[in-house]
Design a binder for this molecule. Sequence first.
Ligand code: BT5
Length: 266
Amino acid sequence: MRETQPFQPSKVKDGLTTKVVGRVVLYFQGLPSTNDVAKELALRGVREGTVIVAETQTSGRGRLKRKWISPEGGIWLSIILRPKTAPKHTPKLTLMASVAVAKTIRKLFPVRAEIKWPNDILISNKKVCGILTEAKTRGEALDFVIIGIGINANFDVNSLPNSLRYSSTTLKEELKKEVERESVLRTLLNETDYYYDMFKKEEFGTILKEWRHFASFLGSYVKVVSHKEKIEGWAIDIDGDGALMVKLRDETMRKVTAGDIVIIRR
Ligand code: BT5
């Protein structure tokens, strides 16, 4: 017997107030990766805002070829955007999506969803969502951007491999009950549309303000691991481009554009 009811598209549509994001939503039972299907569709020219949703993924991806475990009951989706801007602005869309996810969870549920740079959403310091932004450029411009979002919703943490059980959580685990995935998806699409509109109007400062509000790790002593180096220091802020500003023990400031952080002391 199925444990989870499949997504009911009509329930997502009812109350969807978006101008762009999610005007078309394509649902699949199982896919290798929603980001890969979104990329194929984007290359074929589908309209901006198209969303791909899958009940499960067999080759869900994180950054740097890491695996994203995607059991039934999760919310695995990709959003196709075509912002008319330069490729260097792509990281801002990850920050935008982080704000939309954190806001959605806080709006719907009595839990403190928090953002951890660069692409994690945590509840009780455990990862409940990851975001994978991939871009295709055409010359000097962005052709399209795929924002892949994975939210651990209605499954037990025990469905994840042992190595992830202590660092991950699910909405069901935190709330001690299942959530209505359609209302999470609908709210997320509404929020993403709202912030994307802001992004297009070049009001990124407002998005950053909200990002800081959710990013309670700011001020913590952290280890930053990037492909270039490992450093330790205080996570001070992010700059207008989404880079993390880290103050080292010798008081010098470092700007980190990509990598992972481990929070050592809050
Ligand atoms: C991410 O990468 O967190 C981005 C995850 C994006 C997933 C979505 S689902 C829809 C769309 N389609 C895709 O194929 N991907 C996107 P990163 O920061 O690199 O973190 C990856 C790491 O998170 C893994 O190496 C594991 O340690 C951990 N992980 C894997 N699955 C997890 C899960 N379900 N919950 C929590 N942590 C997980």
